[in-house]
Design a binder for this molecule. Structure first.
Ligand code: FAD
Ligand code: NAD
Length: 466
């Protein structure tokens, strides 16, 4: 069989690329090594984690927040096995949706591990043997796997990654989370809401060290109220596990201070690494860089003409929507279009409660680049909508250029900011100023009013409600 495009990997990068290429009239094959389509995001990432976040949030609200609203809920109990079963149903439906879309768009799906024979010939090893297909272009969308240094003694039983954490069916008494990044805080929240004592060990002096430090500090205050405990500036020096528990050795950085934490689980969430095993990149004349990523140029084309790479396996944020944008970009580029992605405007969201979201540059980045800026803030506690829902933790920060007032970065932690951030993304895509943001009429009462107020604060310290 001969194809115009073969996409390797069916995550949000790969399957979106396959659909867009098919829409543009190209003959497309998609190879996926697992029997379900959708990659990390649909199977063991975005979707299952959000399903458990939603279930645990309902439980937490029933126990801790209903009473303030005048609701008495007696006999409320959490059944993690049912939460996981519901999560599995959501995953199943979502993955089947991708299968349907492949059929609808006449994409030929091959289940098996794809590897390069040459740059134009791909072997796919499945349960029914090895098939070879010819292809004009290849898109590598093989994603990433959890980073798991050997010192953690990862046994998938007591020392686990996010993949195993999503399938725990009995509420643990205690969990150590290594890494105060996105996965650590999201999954840590799930268990903390269900009553697990969660201890986060983070190497840096802040959670979410790459995000806005004011927002990270505010989020940490909220997560402490939830009962999560933080050891910032600490390292794990070893983990020992038995069949039923584990002991994590922790040391304060640059000191001799050390202690042990015994827990049911140690969840290691210290980042993810690009995944290229089994691809036989050498068969196509390709190499990875020192971080294991596939190097690409501004068109996402590798050193070998006709082979492209997208998503977690290349540089940039490891986010599903970034992979999708790159998938569409490559399909349109190959079909002769002139697509565009602004990687500076890929928003990032942390689905804790309150949520945290950001787009553009942080203050730290602007300072180190020597870019002059103005900053405006607004606290959710001053907003009527927040008081009505009793979601008063958090703030919005707007950063704009000191001279031109162009929006440079918007950072927020607060209720539903995963959705609120889109206003900032859209305005920044059109290169709006903080003054534009401040002058747009925002519906009352909504959480979005905090954005307008922060923009008014940034332009002329003229926020109305603070
Ligand atoms: P992947 O989704 O990793 O897909 C790659 C696919 O390639 C896999 O299915 C793999 O089996 C397949 N493959 C690999 N090698 C081969 C081969 N040789 N042959 C055939 N197939 C192969 N991102 C967000 O934006 N929002 C979130 O809320 C979010 N939550 C997350 C929660 C968790 C717990 C995790 C782990 C990740 C989360 N992410 C989130 C990150 C997101 O899942 C990834 O950024 C995204 O899935 C990357 O997409 P991708 O297409 O590049 O790769
Ligand atoms: P991360 O990069 O977000 O966080 C890892 C954290 O671990 C960092 O704070 C880092 O300082 C810390 N760390 C690193 N080594 C350590 C060590 N030895 N000891 C203690 N702390 C250590 O990585 P993650 O949370 O594993 O997530 C992986 C990727 O998945 C991220 O790139 C993220 O973008 C993506 N993801 C996104 C979402 C979302 O968009 N909501 C959710 C989950 C995952």
């Amino acid at each position: 069989m001969k194809y115009d495009i073969t996409v390797i990997g069916s995550g949000p990068g790969g399957y979106v690329c396959a659909i867009r290429a098919a829409q543009l009239g190209l003959k497309v094959a998609l190879a996926e090594k697992y029997s379900t389509l959708g990659g990390t995001c649909l199977n063991v990432g975005c979707i299952p984690s959000k399903a458990l976040l939603d279930s645990s949030e309902h439980y937490h609200n029933a126990i801790h927040r209903f009473a303030d609203h005048g609701i008495t809920a007696t006999g409320v109990s959490a059944h993690l096995d049912q939460m996981v079963a519901r999560k599995n149903q959501v995953v199943d439906q979502t993955c089947k949706g991708v299968e349907f879309l492949m059929k609808k768009n006449k994409v030929d799906v091959y289940i098996g591990t794809a590897s390069f024979v040459t740059k134009n010939k791909i072997a796919i090893a499945g349960t029914d043997g090895v098939k070879e297909i010819e292809t004009d272009k290849v898109i590598i969308a093989t994603g990433s796997k959890p980073a798991m240094p050997a010192m953690f003694n990862y046994d998938k039983n007591r020392v686990i990654s996010s993949t195993e954490a999503l399938n725990i069916t009995k509420i643990p008494s205690k969990m150590v989370v290594v890494g105060g990044g996105v996965i650590g805080l999201e999954l840590g929240s799930v268990f903390a809401r269900l009553g697990t004592a969660v201890e986060v060990v983070e190497y840096m002096d802040s959670i979410l060290p790459a995000m806005d430090s004011d927002c990270a500090r505010e989020l940490m205050k909220s997560l402490k109220k939830l009962g999560m405990n933080f050891h910032l500036g600490h390292s794990v020096t070893g983990v020992k596990a038995t069949k039923s528990s584990c002991t994590v050795s922790v040391k304060k950085n640059n000191t001799e201070e050390a202690f042990e934490i015994k827990a049911d689980y140690c969840l290691v969430a210290i980042g993810r690494r690009p995944y290229t095993e089994g691809l036989n990149l050498e068969g196509a004349g390709l190499q990875t860089d020192d971080k294991g990523r596939i190097p690409v140029n501004e068109h996402l084309e590798t050193q070998v003409a006709g082979i492209f790479a997208i998503g977690d396996v290349v540089k940039g944020a490891m986010l599903a929507h970034k992979a999708e944008e790159e998938g569409m970009f490559v399909a349109e580029y190959i079909a002769g279009g002139k697509p565009h992605i602004d990687h500076n405007l890929i928003p990032g969201v942390v689905y804790t409660w309150p949520e945290m979201a950001a787009v553009g540059k942080t203050e730290e980045e602007l300072k180190s680049a020597g870019i002059p800026y103005k900053s405006g803030k607004f606290m959710f506690k001053a907003l009527g909508r927040s008081r009505a829902s009793m979601d008063t933790d958090g703030l919005v920060k707007v950063l704009s250029h000191k001279d031109t007032d162009e929006l440079l970065g918007v950072h927020m932690v607060g209720p539903r900011v995963a959705d609120v951030i889109m206003e900032a993304v859209a305005l920044m895509e059109f290169r709006a100023s903080a003054e534009d943001m401040a002058r747009i009429c925002h519906p009352h009462p909504t959480y979005t009013e905090a954005v307008k107020e922060a923009a008014m604060d940034a332009t002329a310290k003229r926020a109305i409600h603070m």
